[in-house]
Design a protein. Structure first.
Length: 341
């Protein structure tokens, strides 16, 4: 059976959908599973065990470009040809937006194949009507549902299988891949040591950020406890924050990482002792890697996107307060995570 998953973006949403691949593999070992995703997130899917093919697109960029420009038309035709290279027995739109519905509609079905999608919006998630119009089978979901569970249930009900209670995100890394990633980032001091805690302070929304002085105070507590701090970043603004934290900590026990591709970043995170971060895609990768992890929330939305007991036996927890959690609340949560290792 050939199955196409459509989950284009964003990074956190893609991470939340990863267990679908392992659920299908467990239920249907002979299935071929392909995935359409924004090109920026394709390196992460290269780490997901069991995917036959990752089909990248750049709909985000194409929408900002003149659609009738020669370059955009050429790229769109190449993407469509790649998407339609073979027919699928099932196309599952895990996203529920107009852009994912368009991709699902363009995908080629095998004889007897069907398109599946969400029939309704769930709490806190985007939803647009075309996803239901395009689907051959629209599946109604419980409105109050975690993002990981939503994707797993949609695929399971589309394909007629049951899944295990604990999700497997499938980020298994062959040794050769680990060695390549380590060679690419060999300039990271102490990055692979198990007593290194990674700070993920970057997020696409300013209202999800944690105050700079909180990161500095937490870093000092970790350093005093014998832990090193590594600072991850994905753009110039986040790099400036990393440098400010490092300058305040001012010692050999803090390292600012270079900007890494998602696959290299995933490998490097996996070698560390844990992660403390805001609600962001990189924090969700820490959950997928089953690392000790504290996820910081300024809004009461952890029930929908945050780590839960199903993900790691208490090794991953969320901390919520308004306007923002205090340093000691995060510190105590971290100590609890470490105690579960």
């Amino acid at each position: 059976m050939k199955i196409l998953l459509v989950k284009l973006s964003s990074l956190g949403d893609v991470v939340h959908a990863l267990p679908v691949v392992q659920d299908i593999r467990a239920a249907m070992p002979d299935a071929q599973i392909d995935w359409v995703v924004e090109k920026a997130f394709a390196p992460l899917l290269s780490k997901c065990a069991g995917l036959q093919r990752v089909i990248p697109c750049e709909i985000r960029r194409w929408r900002k470009s003149p659609f009738f420009s020669a370059a955009t038309r050429s790229e769109w035709r190449a993407f469509r040809a790649d998407l339609q290279r073979e027919g699928y027995d099932a196309v599952i739109d895990l996203q529920g937006l107009t852009k994912s519905a368009l991709v699902a509609r363009l995908a080629k079905l095998a004889p007897g194949g069907k398109r599946y999608a969400l029939a309704n919006q769930t709490e806190g998630s985007g939803y647009e009507a075309p996803t239901r119009w395009v689907a051959d089978v629209a599946i109604r979901m419980e409105p109050h549902i975690h993002a990981v569970q939503r994707s797993r249930e949609l695929a399971a009900r589309a394909l007629g299988y049951t899944f295990a209670p604990v999700p497997d995100f499938g980020l298994n890394r062959p040794q050769a891949s680990v060695e390549r990633a380590q060679a690419a980032i060999e300039n990271i001091a102490d990055g692979r040591r198990r007593n290194t805690v990674v700070f993920v302070h970057g997020t696409s929304r300013a209202d999800k950020e944690w105050p700079l002085d909180h990161w500095i105070a937490l870093g000092r507590q970790l350093n005093a406890a014998g832990c090193k701090v590594a600072l991850a970043h994905g753009n110039a603004k986040e790099l400036a924050t990393s440098q400010a934290i490092a300058e305040a900590l001012d010692g050999p026990d803090v390292t600012v990482w270079p900007m890494l591709s998602l696959d290299a970043l995933t490998d490097e995170l996996a070698q560390c002792g844990g992660v403390i971060g805001v609600d962001s895609g990189v924090s969700h990768i820490a959950v997928a890697l089953d690392l000790p992890h504290v996820q910081i929330y300024n809004f009461d939305t952890a029930w929908r996107t945050g780590p839960g007991g199903f993900a790691g036996g208490g090794r991953q927890v969320s901390v919520y307060a308004t306007p923002t959690p205090g340093v000691q609340a995060v510190w105590q949560a971290w100590l609890g995570c470490r105690g579960k290792v």
